[in-house]
Every structure is written in structure tokens, then in C-alpha cells.
Design a protein around this ligand. Structure first.
Ligand code: ADP
Ligand code: MG
Length: 334
């Protein structure tokens, strides 16, 4: 029985044109779970991970707006809350589909911390914008009231010391609200719950884990875990999850049906198959954008090279079956 780790993109939970109501999110999760159910029916052992960008963004706004009424929670706790939220949505939906099909299989969500290195370069120059956009006045007010740092120089000592992403940067110079909070996006090392997850998978539990890239934690000298403000890329974290469960296949489901060369130009061309060496070359040539397709391809390369996976696939939800048969999507092989 092959083990497959499915990484669900943001659109599997909230579509770009939606505001993200409870009903909308359950509707999208329903569509995603129908696709995942097909994999289960075909006999794959399935492990699921997912993004949490819009959900954590909204929850952070709620933390900010409610400060005078209830104490705000920091980013690591917000990450845990969204893992619970989305995990519940997927869990309940999938359980009900299994029930309707008379399949008796356990489903469980694991709140997952992902260990990152405290020496990760991103702590010295945070790169991931999160939450609302601000005008210059708003940005200065937040800096004054909350002690955030405005447009620091990379490596500025206090960022490093505090290990907190309390930084505001000008991220869209041409917009009238050009400022945004940025937090570190460190490289994932391993899920802290790797062994618990592996045991569940080995005992036939359908596991949802590492949601939103996992809650970033660093280890101190004595191995004590400390939660930090940051966002780990969910595809890179998904690959570490695939490594932890010794998956055969890593399936990245997003809103494009494949990785393209010359994407967005009149010359764009789908890549049906590429070896790790070819993928590295295309990466070097700049075909896959940082922050979207780039980390997906990188995660697939790692899955083959470091996790010794058989194949990694990038496609959209509706093309899942075709892509597994090599008739759609992009497959990366050794
Ligand atoms: P997800 O939530 O699934 O991680 P992302 O927005 O991060 O979604 O990544 C998918 C996006 O990557 C696509 O919508 C597309 O705009 C972008 N993209 C960048 N480069 C490429 C490429 N070379 N081929 C296909 N899509 C690309
Ligand atoms: Mg993404």
C-alpha cells in the first residue's frame, strides 16, 4: 500500500473571490475531500496537510481588534487555532464521506509544531508579509504603540535577540497602503510530532497534520521548545511531513493544473515530467516564482533527493486522478 502526502493549497479552503464565511469554507473543503476520498478508495494511505494564510490573517485581525476586551494571542497560538479550525473542517467532512460510503476508517488531526533552526537567516531579515496593509501614518502609530520596528536593516541586532517578527516593512511601494507586518519564514527541519504522526499512519489512521506549515518552534540548548512568530511555507513543511511518514508520493494540489515554463507569457508551456536535475535547471532559470511555485518545486526536489520519495506531483484538485496516471499535472522523478 503506497503512502501519499497531499498538500492542499489555499484555494481548497477559501477561493480568491470569497470572504471566507464558515459555509464557503466547508463547501470548498467538501470538494477537496471528495478528491481525497477517491485516493482512499483506490487504496492509498493518505496523510493530509493544508495552508492557513487567509484563516490566520483573519484571526490576527480579530486579535488586534479585540485587544481592549480580551487578551490577544501571539502568532504561534493563532497558528494552533487555525490548525484546529481547518483540521476540524477536513476531519468532519471526510468522516461523513467515509460514513456515507460505509467505510470504517479513523481520521484525526494532529496539532503540529515544526522545528526550525534558531540560526535560520530569515530571522535576521524577515521575508513573509502577513495581515493587513497600512498607510505610513498607521505604520508609524503601530511602531509607536507596540514597539514594532520600521524597515530595519537586514541583520539588525534586536530582531535577532527578540526572535520575534515584530517588524513592519514597505512591501508594496506603489500602493497607498504600502506597509505590512513581515515575519520570518524559516526553513522547516522536522515536525516535532513526527513519531506520533508516524505511529498513527502505521495504524491506518488518516492523519491531518502540519497545517499552515506547522507552528514554528526553536529548540534551546536543552532541547526545550519555544514557539515563535513566523510562517513556515506549507509545501516545504509538507515535504518534511512526507519525510517523517516515509511517503511514496508527495502530491501538491494548488490552483494551477501544472508547473509551467515561461508562466504568464504567450510562450508558457506545461511541464508534464521533469527529473530532479531538470527541475533544478528550470529553477535556476527563474521559471518558478518565489513564494508560490518556487517552494512547491523545491519541496518536490527535496522529497525525491532527501526523503528518497518515488515521485512528486504538482496539479489541481480536479486533475488529481489524471495526474497520478501521468496524463496531467507535473511529475518530478529521480
Ligand atoms: P497555494 O495556496 O496552492 O500554495 P500559491 O499561490 O502559493 O498557491 O501557488 C500557486 C500559484 O503559483 C499559481 O496560482 C500561479 O500564479 C503561481 N505560479 C508561479 N510560477 C508558476 C509557474 N511557473 N507555473 C505555474 N504556476 C506558477
Ligand atoms: Mg503557496
Amino acid at each position: 500500500m503506497e503512502t501519499i502526502v497531499v498538500a492542499l493549497g489555499g484555494n481548497a479552503i477559501k477561493q480568491a473571490d470569497e470572504i471566507g464565511t464558515n459555509e464557503e469554507q466547508f463547501k470548498n473543503v467538501g470538494i477537496a475531500c471528495e478528491s481525497i476520498f477517491k485516493l482512499i478508495k483506490e487504496g492509498y494511505k493518505v496523510v493530509i496537510t493544508h495552508g492557513n494564510g487567509p484563516q490566520s490573517g483573519n484571526l490576527m485581525v480579530q486579535q488586534d481588534l479585540g485587544t481592549d476586551v480580551v487578551p490577544p494571542m501571539p502568532m504561534d497560538v493563532v497558528g494552533a487555532m487555525t490548525q484546529g479550525q481547518i483540521g476540524y473542517m477536513i476531519q468532519r467532512t471526510l468522516q461523513n464521506i467515509l460514513k456515507k460510503n460505509n467505510l470504517d476508517m479513523p481520521v484525526a488531526t494532529v496539532v503540529t509544531q515544526v522545528v526550525v533552526s534558531k540560526d535560520d537567516p530569515d530571522f535576521k531579515d524577515p521575508s513573509k508579509p502577513v495581515g493587513n496593509f497600512f498607510t505610513e501614518e498607521e505604520a508609524k502609530k503601530i511602531v509607536f504603540e507596540k514597539g514594532y520596528i520600521l524597515d530595519p536593516k537586514p541583520g539588525q541586532e534586536h530582531i535577532d535577540k527578540k526572535m520575534k517578527g515584530h517588524v513592519i516593512k514597505k512591501v508594496k511601494p506603489t500602493a497607498n497602503k504600502p506597509y505590512r507586518r513581515v515575519v520570518p519564514s524559516p526553513d522547516p527541519v522536522r515536525p516535532a510530532e513526527a513519531s506520533a504522526i508516524k505511529k498513527l499512519v502505521d495504524s491506518q489512521v488518516i492523519v491531518i497534520a502540519s497545517g499552515g506549515g506547522g507552528i514554528p518552534v526553536v529548540e534551546d540548548r536543552n532541547g526545550i521548545l519555544i514557539g515563535i512568530d513566523g510562517v513556515i511555507d506549507k509545501d516545504k513543511a509538507g515535504e518534511r511531513l512526507a519525510e517523517a511518514v516515509k511517503a511514496d508520493i508527495f502530491l501538491v494540489l494548488t490552483d494551477v493544473d501544472a508547473a509551467y515554463l515561461n508562466y504568464g507569457t504567450s510562450e508558457q508551456k506545461q511541464v508534464r515530467k521533469m527529473t530532479v536535475a531538470e527541475a533544478k535547471n528550470y529553477m535556476k532559470e527563474g521559471h518558478f516564482l518565489a513564494g508560490s511555485m518556487g517552494p512547491k518545486v523545491l519541496a518536490c526536489i527535496r522529497f525525491i533527493e532527501e526523503a528518497k520519495g518515488k515521485r512528486a506531483i504538482i496539479t489541481s484538485l480536479d486533475k488529481t486522478e489524471d495526474a497520478l496516471n501521468g496524463n496531467a499535472g507535473t511529475t518530478i522523478t529521480p
